[in-house]
Design a protein around this ligand. Structure first.
Ligand SMILES: Cc1ncc(COP(=O)(O)O)c(C=O)c1O
Length: 382
């Protein structure tokens, strides 16, 4: 047997797959993995089908169909007041995971330091490692869900190439305010760091607040890459569709990497999403209300229970604290709940490298109302 040295020796099967498989085996409600229980709008499915029937079945241009990128630019203008040149500043990619990988490969060289804020989505660190970078962690306060900006600032040095942020946040549901962006801006102005902003939940922001993109911030916009995903926005996570937005200079480099990673992505899905965006240009605005109602439903059915509800300002995740219920740690409690109470969640420690156990579990409420009520009833009856 030839010896094989793993490039990612610490990586195991993702917690999302583990909990989803357990939910299936145990016949438990799956509020673990973050995907909607419902289908994309039928007009979108029909538009993709019709694109296939109309010969959109061969390679699309490398950065995506220009007409599609033009439509994305219009959406970014109308919803986020961004002025993006579709020819030089938008690149369509097969989902945010690929987009993040491309962005990290483009920016990070051997020995560069990359700051991530934990709890963090699980694909950042392996991509940093594969690019030869070193991950530097800063931990959010798990009581207040605030970012310790002073600590983050203290970790920035001449080797810092990149800071990765995520708003709305998975798993905590926090949303960057102007102050957060200003704090980040002040820090990076004194450095050579780029910023990747993972904004895949950008159209799920609640209570009358608006999503603020990294590209809205003077001082950050010329050193940042915004990562977006259609999967989250149009209930089609299985299609793996997304895009990257950045200035022309950064985009030119992103495309050099991307063209040898995937070259292009699903042509029928591009054409179909473009048509749908033209038919329903209010979808994104309605989406925040749609998920806000689901968040409220879940929370209202948990009122008076033993669970402490943490704030959820955006995304489709609600974090609940089980402090005082059990001596079990979050991983063991998540397993017990799946097996005995038939409800699956994700332990927050799975998003933290040091695996320090927490008393927090993440529940995905991108579910039909019946499922949400059923889940809340199970949790209330514990
Ligand atoms: C924060 C965050 N970033 C990126 C992704 C990946 O998105 P995509 O399915 O488009 O690759 C997810 C998916 O759950 C996510 O939660």
């Amino acid at each position: 047997m030839i010896s094989f040295q793993s490039k990612l020796p610490k990586v195991n099967q993702s917690i999302f797959s583990v909990m989803s498989q357990m939910a299936a085996t145990e016949n438990a409600l799956n509020l673990a993995q973050g995907f909607p229980e419902f289908n994309p709008p039928s007009a979108l499915i029909e538009a993709v089908h019709s694109a296939m029937l109309n010969n959109k079945n061969q390679y699309a241009p490398m950065p995506g169909y220009l007409s599609f990128r033009e439509q994305i630019a219009l959406k970014e203008r109308d919803l986020h007041q961004l002025s993006l040149n579709p020819e030089t500043e938008i690149t369509v990619v097969p989902g945010a995971t690929v987009g993040l990988f491309v962005a990290i490969q483009t920016l990070v060289n051997l020995g560069d330091e990359v700051i991530i804020i934990e709890p963090a989505y699980d694909c950042y660190e392996p991509a940093i490692t594969l690019a030869g970078g070193k991950t530097i962690r800063v931990s959010m306060d798990l009581n207040t869900f605030q970012i310790p900006w002073d600590e983050l600032k203290s970790k920035v040095n001449s080797k810092t190439k990149l800071i990765i942020v995520n708003t709305p946040h998975n798993p905590l549901g926090t949303v960057f305010t102007h102050d957060d962006w200003q704090n980040l801006n002040n820090i990076v102005q004194q450095s050579n760091a780029f910023v990747i902003s993972d904004e895949v939940y950008e159209h799920m922001v609640f209570d009358g607040n608006n999503h603020i993109s990294v590209l809205n911030i003077e001082g950050l916009k010329d050193r940042s890459i915004k990562v977006s995903s259609f999967g989250k926005t149009y209930h089609c996570t299985g299609w793996k569709m997304g895009y990257l937005s950045a200035n022309a200079e950064i985009t030119a480099e992103l495309r050099k990497v991307y063209q040898f990673l995937a070259f292009a992505c699903n042509s029928a899905a591009q054409a179909g999403i473009e048509s749908f965006m033209k038919i329903d240009n209010n979808w994104e605005v309605e989406l925040s209300k749609f998920y806000e109602q689901k968040r409220n439903l879940f929370r209202s059915h948990l009122q008076g229970s033993i669970w402490k509800m943490l704030p959820c300002n955006g995304s489709y995740f609600q974090v609940l604290s089980f402090e005082g219920h059990t001596a079990l740690n979050d991983m063991d409690y998540a397993v017990q709940l799946t097996k005995l109470s038939k409800i699956a969640s994700i332990p927050i420690s799975a998003f933290c490298n040091n695996r320090e156990k927490t008393n927090l579990l993440r529940f995905c409420f991108a579910k039909n109302d019946d499922t949400i009520i059923q889940a809340a009833n199970i949790l209330c009856n514990l």
